[in-house]
Design a binder for this molecule. Sequence first.
Ligand code: NAP
Length: 370
Amino acid sequence: MVYLDLLLVGFGRVGRRFTELLEEQSVRLRGEYDLSWRVVGIATRRHGTAYDARGLDLVKARRLAGAGASLASLTGAESGRTIAAEASGLALIRHATAESAARRMPQLVVVETTTLDVERGQPATDHVMAALRGGAHVVTANKGPVAFAYREIASAAGVARRRFLFEGTVMDGAPLFSLVRETLPGVRVLGFRGILNATTNYVLTAMEEGRSFERALSDMQEAGIAEADASLDIDGWDAAAKTAAIANVLMRGSVTPRGIERTGIRDISSKRVLDAVSRGRRVRLVASAEWVDDRLAGRVAPVELDEADPLARLAGLQNEVVLKTDLLGPIGILQLDGGLAQTAYALLADLVTIAKGLSRGETSAAPPLR
Ligand SMILES: NC(=O)c1ccc[n+]([C@@H]2O[C@H](COP(=O)([O-])OP(=O)(O)OC[C@H]3O[C@@H](n4cnc5c(N)ncnc54)[C@H](OP(=O)(O)O)[C@@H]3O)[C@@H](O)[C@H]2O)c1
């Protein structure tokens, strides 16, 4: 049996849904993957921090966080609380990694789901680096670390002989990074084109049906799919961060979201969307990257697509990436239904990857992707 202790840094919509999925799938994880887990710590920004090496009550944690209350009452005096309820995520990671090493506890996995920061990818990158240096594995749905510091993190993971996995950062649960890592040996990704942001795709297709930009956006906010700050979706930052992530991980690039040429959909009018439809075309927010000479050119922009273009067919929450490869030609990965459940699944899948590696006796981290 592989035992893993989980430390949740960020406990918002994704973090909470992930814990529900873990509980729902506990029997399957034990039966099929010999994986047993417990959550030993949770850090938030404004709702406190909780740590108990014997495991936390997740039903209570979700109830407290859902009600906007502090997590402090999760750890009573009898738990031997050793970290202040107001400690930061970074302090909790340092505390938990030190405890884990000193008390020979099960291997620790830090699950990073804090808010996306498109300026610097922080503090998520610091969280990831501290976790790896402290001997923990990391799984994350936060695009910041892969979009800003993939090389540095991959190298730290190699030195620490720990895994850094991030399937949930792009296309929710659809296996993009693991597909290339596990099933495309020897293949080089030369470029890609895709629709990567569900919120803007939903808004644009709702406008084709005569609904307003504002109403469609508020649907996405209510569903918990838009970023906490929806301007990150509307102004193309989320898609730019995903473009940087794909370029860095799959195309050996070294770009940040700021290096991606970016236009969002804020200024797209219903008239423009409906005009395009009347001419048999579709406006979509298209993300792409390719090598031009020695420069990686990444771009996010609203583009009018011919109806025959596979990306033009995507409606609502659907996402697709078409990778241009040297040995296979173009291959597409299509996600018909994305959202919180699928992002939570990506974290779960990454956790299973770690457990499978441990049960095979792997002690080293996999090398960075090409
Ligand atoms: N929602 C989706 O469908 C989706 C899909 C794919 C990827 N993602 C990514 O997943 C991440 C989480 O998304 P979400 O929708 O769960 O966001 P969210 O609901 O806003 O939750 C973010 C969580 O992070 C905590 N946090 C923020 N800064 C922190 C810090 N410095 N230290 C510790 N905790 C901190 C917040 O605490 P407080 O509540 O106390 O502020 C909250 O618990 C984001 O990076 C997002 O881009 C989301």
